[in-house]
Design a protein around this ligand. Structure first.
Ligand code: AMP
Length: 557
């Protein structure tokens, strides 16, 4: 396995990818063998394997669990017990995922090897993109990256988001000045307004060198462009005078920006003012950064909402959704960067983790979850359905085209539903369908996130010819009256609309929702506008921004 971990033995990343995907099944088996060899003696696995390491025993005895089942072990480690109760490799720190458990962030153990794999994913995305766009090495990426403050467990283990972990790594610090327009100090600044302002400023100052625009999720780029709409006058004034605004007080930001904002540049300020002063912001990204060949942001899943907005701002600049992963593991990368943003599939990388796939019956939705995850007692068998009628997970080699699956990372369900759309060599390619746990439900009705997104997509088709742009949305199930109904919150560029029931909120309301979640511990980088809001406080924030309400004559039964 070790020889497949590094790219150095391969001519380039593309060969390495071919090698990985061709040997997908074998590598998955190797990964499982290694996991068992190393970890069979942990307290957790001993419960099921009694120290043995054979794969069939694992498949028969080790249940598929959710975070809640592992949480007691995580809590014990966080409180000072040795980490080998759960995994043999030493835990270097905890990664804080965007999911929560009982209001607390989920903590995922990080090992040196996991971090190496995360870095490897980024190394592999690069050559794929370079195959499609020339001259990327001649310029820089205008990055919009943000971090959230880390913390510590009672036992002193660091807790950070994956992005903070990566942005603080030596490898990023070494490569960033060559590849990013944002100085590292502006990325690491914890005040998001100062950070965003400085990253936009340094991106504008180096606009001729920008060959791509990048944020982790599409929502962050959309938010940054909105911020630019509010601040371009001030940014131009800074560029014109060569002096940074006084409200940027973060010493790291001031220092770093001063090495790029070195002189008054009225010509550049005039050009930017001319572009931003145009009434329509259609194609603003292309106009401001004319050498940018593509936009690099995740725009699948809930982020698909931002595709039309980013298309509008991008003016034809291709949108590339590079990879699919989570705090638990990297899953796959997009080997076809130019594919239609609505049709992106990610090819799973077999060396990243041991993957299994729980078939999900899209019509019977909850079948797999209800039958398998009601406790830790469920047992596996080789067939898809075992003697008890439970749906069984399948492995890498046995996934079927067109089938929907919930992905499992070495017995841990991630909560994402995927659809198998094809294969690259022997590795499956999946489309992201939805987060499993975000559905609207009243009585017997269950509306999945995918259905909600589809409905919003249909509605947008009616809105756009009327000149309305849907900036972002959310929803909740309003059950205080009978029959209950679903309420949609829409932030539009205009406040005129007629629909079923809509509460139109003023511009900036969703920023306030994001601020609310950030104040509760979310990371701006990982933040995804929830397509369904469960928190009463967040609903209050939305309601405080309501401009108008519209009621449809129809009711739900
Ligand atoms: P976190 O653990 O906070 O990093 O969040 C991981 C989750 O973000 C995943 O389980 C997915 O639900 C979502 N996610 C990450 N990458 C993508 C992607 N490319 N497309 C859709 N959703 C994604």
């Amino acid at each position: 396995m070790a020889d497949l971990m590094g790219t150095k033995d391969y001519e380039n990343g593309l060969n390495f990818l071919e090698e990985l995907t061709e040997n997908g099944h074998r590598i998955q088996e190797q990964v499982l063998e290694e996991i068992l060899l190393r970890n069979a003696g942990t307290e957790y696995l001993t419960r099921f394997l009694h120290g043995r390491t054979d794969k069939q025993l694992f498949k028969n005895n080790v249940p598929i669990v959710t975070y809640e089942d592992i949480k007691p072990y995580i809590d014990r480690i966080a409180n000072g017990e040795t980490s080998n109760i759960l995994l043999a490799d030493p835990i270097s720190e905890f990664i804080q995922s965007s999911g929560t458990s009982g209001g607390q962030p989920k903590l995922i153990p990080m090992t040196a090897e996991n971090f190496e794999k995360k870095t490897l994913e980024l190394t592999l995305v690069d050559p794929v993109v370079k195959k499609y766009f020339d001259g990327l090495e001649k310029g820089k990426t205008m990055s919009l990256f943000f971090v959230k403050k880390g913390s510590e467990t009672p036992s002193g283990l660091t807790v950070r988001t994956l992005s903070l972990c990566y942005f603080m790594s030596d490898s990023f610090k070494k490569s960033a000045p060559k590849i990013c327009t944002s100085p590292i100090e502006t990325i690491l600044c914890l005040d998001h307004r100062q950070s965003m302002y400085c990253q936009l400023l340094t991106g504008l100052l180096q606009r001729d060198h920008v060959v791509s625009i990048s944020s982790i999720f599409g929502s962050v780029l959309a938010r940054s462009i909105k911020f630019l709409e509010d601040h371009w006058n001030e940014l131009c004034s800074n560029i014109r005078t060569g002096c940074l605004s006084d409200w940027i007080t973060d010493p790291g930001c001031r220092n770093a920006v001063s090495s790029i904002l070195t002189r008054p540049n009225p010509e550049l300020a005039d050009t930017i003012e001319h572009i931003c002063g145009n009434e329509s912001w259609e194609g603003i990204i292309k106009k401001l950064w004319p050498a940018a060949k593509y936009i690099n942001s995740v725009i699948t899943g809930t982020m698909s909402l931002y595709i039309s907005l980013l298309d509008f701002y991008g003016g034809g600049t291709p949108l590339v959704s590079p990879s699919y992963g989570s705090s638990e593991s990297t899953f796959g990368i997009n080997l076809n960067p130019l594919s239609n943003p609505y049709d992106v599939s990610y090819t799973f990388l077999p060396n990243m983790a041991y993957f299994e796939f729980l078939p999900v019956d899209k019509d019977g939705e909850e079948k797999a979850r209800e039958s398998n995850l009601d406790g830790v007692s469920s047992q596996r068998s080789l067939e898809m359905t075992n003697a008890n009628g439970n749906v069984e997970p399948v492995d890498f080699a046995n996934v079927e085209l067109g089938q929907y699956y919930e992905v499992v990372v070495t017995t841990f369900t991630v909560g994402d539903v995927l659809k198998l759309t094809g294969f690259h060599n022997n590795s499956p390619q999946f489309q992201f369908v939805e987060r499993r746990n975000t559905v609207l439900s009243i009585d017997m009705d269950k509306t999945s996130e995918a259905d909600l997104l589809k409905a919003i997509g249909n509605a947008k088709r009616h809105l756009e010819p009327l000149g309305f742009v849907l900036m972002t949305f959310s929803s909740y199930a309003e059950t205080s009256s009978i029959p209950g109904r679903y309420v949609l919150f829409w932030e539009l560029k205009s406040n005129k609309i007629a629909a079923l029931e809509l509460r139109v909120v003023k511009v900036g309301t969703f920023d306030a929702v994001m601020d609310f979640y950030v104040s509760k511990g979310a990371s701006i980088n990982q933040y995804k506008t929830p397509s369904c809001i469960k928190s009463e406080e967040a609903v209050k924030v939305l309601n405080s921004g309501v401009l108008e309400k519209f009621f449809s004559p129809k009711t739900f039964f």
